[in-house]
Structure formats: structure tokens, C-alpha cells
Design a protein around this ligand. Sequence first.
Ligand code: NAD
Length: 280
Amino acid sequence: MSALIIDGKQVAAALRERLAAQVATLPFKPGLRVVRVGEDPASVVYVRNKDRAAAACGFDSATQVLPETTTEAELLAVVRALNDDPAVDGILVQFPLPAHIRQEAVINAISPAKDVDGLHPINAGLLASGAPALVPCTPQGVMHLLAAAGTPLKGARAVVIGRSVLVGRPVAQLLLAADATVTMAHSRTLDLAAECRRAEVVVAAVGRAGLVRGDWIAQGATVIDVGINRGADGKLTGDVAYAEALDRAGAITPVPGGVGPMTIACLLENTVKAALARRG
Ligand code: NAD
């Protein structure tokens, strides 16, 4: 059996289309502000893509670029001004930040109501307590892909590999909220292969190429590969040994073209959600 390949580009495009149609009916344009500090080449590309996608969906979107030498206090002042700006519904500060700025201080300074990255401890706490929250974009994208694959989650055994605040933890919370039976695996898990073999859903968010072998995947399981690893040849691969897993999985995301494209679409989704909540 060869797995259904879950096309993240297509799912993301459909989500952006739905959002654009929704935004066209609103009496205002959702306001998204992205702040980039310095010229990290990957961040320059990400931020440009975010801007383009937001504009294409009818958002009022702008990027503020600050020099590498910006101090933490200066960046916090920019964030506070955006918190106070009534035209702004969503704030995203692009990471990584220069080493002299504490990422945590910046996350904590963003108003939870405008925290479209979903990283503020208030939003993480709401998610953990099962209350409505702004959810981190990549985990939200994982849930959209599971829905697109038609994977039943109620009662399903799901293994999430990786426990980061950005990906693993929120994915596990979202799966729990969808009534899955969730195991969180990580670098200290004793028998990762055995945990995976029991699961109908495997989400890998580690950052190690080919860590999850094909024979760890139960026949027919859905596999969502969040990992992005750049090989010596410059090619991107995921955390799952894709060719091996294809023969066993029922559905699987490719890398690239799986989870990656979902992140920006979910950022726009969060911005609409924040705008509607804030503006009533
Ligand atoms: P992280 O380094 O913060 O966390 C990695 C997690 O993997 C840790 O919790 C650690 O316990 C676990 N881990 C490490 N080695 C392990 C092992 N041998 N076995 C089991 N678990 C192990 O990384 P992150 O920010 O959560 O990102 C994870 C991956 O997802 C990276 O490859 C990152 O590039 C990718 N990512 C992709 C997107 C996207 O849009 N597709 C977004 C964010 C992150």
C-alpha cells in the first residue's frame, strides 16, 4: 500500500482562499505587523513571504525592519507601541533575535490579544487548560493537515515526538483537545520505536533527519513530519525516513511541501481570529 500524500501547499492555499473570502466581507482590514531585527537571510525570506500572503488575502500588513544593533529596550518600546495601536490586530516578532535580546522578554511584552504567534504564556496556559486561545501557527497547521487527511482523532493513539514550547507541547495539547490518547516522546524516551508502533498518528518535531524509521510506523497510520533538516547537498528532509514510511503509512506529509506551507496560512488565520475577538 502506498500512502496518501498530504499536500500542504494545497491545504494552505485553500485556507488562504477561505480567509481572503472572509476578509472581503469584513468592514475593516485585519492589521498584521511583523517586526524583523537584523538581516538573518532566512528571516528576510520568511518575512517577505508573510507580507505577500497577507497582502494577497486583503490584510493591512506591514513590516518594521530594525537594525541588528537595536537594544532590547528599544524593541520592547516598538512592541508596546504596536500593543497600543488600534489598527493593529496581530503582532509577530520574527525569531531568531540578535543574541543580546532575550526572546522571552519580547514574547512576554506582546499583548496576549495580539499574540498571533501564540507563544505568550497566557495563550499557552489557556491552551493547556482547554480554553479558547491563540494557538502557535505550526501546531495549528498540523491539525489542519490531519483534518485534510480525514484522520479520526477521537480515541486514537497519537505520539508526538519533541516537547518544545513552539511545536511539540502545543501539538500534544491540540490532539488532547481533539480527544486523542496522547503520548509525548522526547530525547529521554526509552523506546521511541515501540511508542511509535502503537500509534495511529505520529507527529515528528525533532530536527533529526530520518530519525523515525519506516518499520516504526503502524500499518495505515497518519504521519505528520514537522522536522526540517538541510542535508550536506543542500536538500531539505524531514525527521521521518520518507521512502520507507510511504509503504506503511496510510497518509504522510512530505518535506518540503507538507507542514511548512501551513505556518503562514495559520498566522493569517490567527490574525483574523484576533481581529474578530478584539473588535467584537
Ligand atoms: P527544538 O530543538 O526546540 O525541540 C526538539 C525536540 O526534540 C526536543 O523536545 C527534544 O526533546 C526532542 N528530541 C531531540 N532528540 C531526540 C531524539 N533523539 N528522540 C526523540 N526526541 C528528541 O525544535 P522545535 O523548534 O520544536 O523544531 C523541531 C523541528 O521542527 C525542527 O526541525 C524545526 O526546524 C522544525 N520546525 C518546522 C516548522 C515548519 O513550519 N514546518 C516550524 C517550526 C519548527
